[in-house]
Design a protein. Structure first.
Length: 256
């Protein structure tokens, strides 16, 4: 579902809510035949409608808020990673030619590995071991430079290199953590159950009026289907058409 085009995902979400509405309508018709409504049932249904729509909206708002916060965290982690890589490249300019070529070579390989290999893997919650090894290599280089020279300027450059490499690792770890985030099945079940109950109340409220019944259920399906589409499209921020792109890292590779 997450790899579908946006229009197809929207259609699936609307059809899902429409299916819930149709099921609720059938259930309420069967229930009405088995247990006919009393004289004051309309007042009870009106009260139930406002009472069920409020918690439904609150639950959906909480789920959507969690999703968009995770998306923002993922984008921030990508930007922080790119900034740390840029800082590392800037420090590498002050190293001797041989060390500079070694550091920039490892960084270029790391960026390519992240963009070409690790980014698709994150859609399944996985990571590239090669990218991990390249960061370890960069850390080893910085420690060797720092331990193998008495020049104060070179030692400070090595310290900065080690610090920025740590920043890259931290930002990458945050990016990988975000790639594992999903909307829990219990949340999806809660949202769908609340929507089903709301559709049942709508069906009972307009059961004797064909046009209001059809319009209310169609509008209900469109409105809440669009809401589910927004949640589903931003769930798994490194998957689907709304994927977070490695644009900032790609720019560094082009500049390099």
């Amino acid at each position: 579902m997450y790899d579908l085009p946006e229009w197809a995902m929207f259609a699936v979400c609307v059809l899902l809510v429409g299916f819930l509405s149709a099921t609720a309508l059938i259930l309420m018709r069967i229930l009405r035949r088995l247990w006919p409504p009393g004289p004051h049932s309309s007042n009870m249904v009106n009260t139930m409608l406002s009472g069920i729509l409020l918690p439904t909206g609150i639950v959906i708002a909480f789920v959507a808020s969690d999703i968009w916060q995770q998306d923002a965290k993922g984008r921030a982690a990508v930007e922080q990673e790119a900034i740390a890589v840029a800082d590392t490249l800037r420090v590498a300019k002050f190293l001797p030619a041989e060390l500079r070529e070694q550091v920039t070579g490892v960084l270029d390989d790391y960026i390519r590995e992240v963009i070409e290999v690790e980014w698709p893997l994150m859609g399944d919650g996985r990571a590239s071991q090669v990218a991990e090894d390249q960061l370890e290599t960069l850390m080893v280089i910085s420690v060797r430079i720092e331990a193998g020279t008495d020049q104060i300027g070179l030692q400070r450059a090595a310290e900065s290199l080690r610090r920025y490499t740590t920043d890259i690792e931290n930002a990458r770890n945050q990016r990988l953590l975000v790639s594992h985030d999903r909307v829990l099945p219990t949340k999806w079940v809660a949202v769908l159950v609340l929507l089903f109950v709301a559709a049942c109340v709508l069906s009972e409220l307009h059961m004797g009026q064909r046009r209001p019944l059809a319009l209310s259920l169609v509008l209900f399906s469109l409105g809440f289907g669009a809401t589910l589409y927004l949640i589903a499209s931003f769930d798994r921020p490194f998957t689907g058409t709304t994927i977070i792109e490695p644009t900032s890292l790609s720019v560094l590779l082009i500049r390099g």
